[in-house]
Design a protein around this ligand. Structure first.
Ligand code: AKG
Ligand code: FE2
Length: 208
């Protein structure tokens, strides 16, 4: 009689899903900034990667850099707070993160920014997410990394050595406190042969 129950447990392990957040590990960075890490938060992360790779309407952007327009070195998609997400597990991730970070945040995580790094030539340069509240106040930006592992770097804004987090394959990294205004983050280019990477950034309303 226990067979069907065991089978259903096995089925669940075969599905895209999320673990509990209780085992997140926090590192205080100084200056009121912190970073939380939870390896392998997403179960069946490769399937989620493949689903998003196919289903998301990825687009290229160009941005002004001094006097010229340059290609943004990654593909992008943005889901505003009422937009249907490209996979239901992203709605669940947002709800779970909102509940877990309620005290740090005082407002829900609303938007999902998605980036597709096609290969090692794609990157994001040093920056803080300082549009909106992040420039003046503490906030939370939660990143789920799927696909190839790439170094995610953090460095203090005033200068100093950088910290390196090798994230991918369903890992969760959360920047909080003053992190967006006192620290910067980047995903550097690499000449190593690396496969594609997708990141999902959950942010509160108006933070970019
Ligand atoms: O892809 C990542 O892990 C980071 C992306 C990022 O920092 C941003 O879009 O603001
Ligand atoms: Fe960022």
């Amino acid at each position: 009689m226990t067979v069907p129950i065991q089978a259903s447990i096995l089925d669940q392990a075969d599905e895209i899903g999320l673990g509990p957040l209780g085992t997140v590990e926090r590192t205080q960075l100084g200056d009121g900034a912190w970073v939380d890490l939870l390896p392998n938060w997403v179960a069946c992360a490769q399937e989620l990667f493949e689903s998003l790779y196919r289903a998301v309407p990825w687009h290229a952007e160009r941005r002004r850099m001094y006097d010229s327009m340059v290609d943004v070195p990654r593909l992008l998609a943005f889901y505003d707070e009422h937009d249907p997400m490209p996979h239901p597990v992203l709605e669940r991730a947002r709800a779970q993160l909102t509940a877990y970070y309620a005290r740090d945040l005082g407002e829900p995580l609303c938007t999902a920014g998605l980036c597709l790094y096609r290969d090692g030539g794609d990157s994001v340069a040093w920056h803080g997410d300082t549009v909106g509240r992040g420039a003046q106040e503490d906030t939370v930006v939660a990143i789920v990394a799927l696909g190839a592992q790439r170094p995610f770097l953090l460095r203090p804004r005033g200068g100093g050595s950088s910290l390196r987090y090798a994230i991918g394959h369903g890992d969760l990294l959360v920047m909080g406190g003053s992190c967006q205004r006192t620290w910067e983050h980047a995903v550097p280019k690499t000449s190593k042969r690396v496969g594609p990477r997708i990141s999902i950034q959950f942010r509160p309303r108006d933070v970019r």
